[in-house]
Design a protein around this ligand. Sequence first.
Ligand SMILES: [Zn+2]
Length: 382
Amino acid sequence: MHTRFLLALATLLLVSSCAQLHTDTLASDSLSGRNNNTAGSTATQNYLIALMSNSGAVGLDSGATGAAAFKQGFTLGTNILGLIPGTDLAHEYVMIGAHYDHLGSCASAAPGDFICNGATDNATGVAAVLDVALHLSVPDNRPRRSVILAFWDREEDGLLGSRYYTANPLVPLAATVAYINFDIQGANLLPSLRDFSIAVGAESGGQQMRDLVEQATATEPLAVVQFSEIFGQGRSDHAILIDAGVPSVFFTDSTGPCYHTTGDDISVVDFDKLYQQIRIAAALTDRLANDDVVPAFDGAPALATFADAQSLSMLIQEALPDIGRFTPGQQATISAHAATMAAIVDAGEGAFDNGDVNTMLLVALEVVSLLSTGECDGFLEG
Ligand SMILES: [Zn+2]
């Protein structure tokens, strides 16, 4: 009976999403925020290695064996790196990654709550990578190119894990054809923006990469709005891979009032959104790992484009039903920004110039800053 139950459970785990289980585990108080160089970090590393091994991954470090092959140590940190071997294009690599570290201390969102669980930053991103690995472990989904599963440490200390990796890569960066980064997933900025998510920097792989992102999102109700790399503000590990010449895209729900507070715990995770993001990630990984022609690195990404202006204007308009959540002063700022962005879009692409670029970057900065005010709330209903 017991054995049969375990077999049934194993089968269920093999074919269904485990994102909620992973997020629950990684964001639990017992892991104390997964801060680097702590017992919680070590327990997280062991969890990741066990899960990757179950998905048929091996350690990326071919010079080591067993659990050690998954670990890349550096100053006060440890990257955890797995490899799902490809078939006929095994010496080309698609990398998917998320930072697994969070914080030892952060702003307290409630009296007596001192643990920074980092549920959406970035237990959900880690869960997404683990779920894509599970997807690739199904024999029919075996990738042609090898897929690297990258769990970065010390992202919160200045992207130190990904910096260390690109300075000390375990497979040639020139053979690493693309990187997909997840940082802050399953999160809502406002009730009006529940059906929106963001993809940053795909133009680093040219129009082909942008098209692949768009095609991967097409089957989900979630609207994934693309922005140029500049809007990611170099704030996550994708920026380091782009600096290293790897076409990259950064999936994020941006930073809201729960960001780096103890309120970023399991109660604010939008799992319906996360499941859509995982299906999108799996679809994009499949294309990058199996298509005959992959995106070529397209140099330093553009500063900002007219398409960015259209996207930013649209998102501000979509958020206006929630303007009553802000103070009167903030409302005046938001209304002014909405009008400014609408004017830039109405003037048309021919009139778009560097002045508009500077204006919209300032608008974007202020909007992100405004969105981080107010009370931490997952906006899961209502
Ligand atoms: Zn993060």
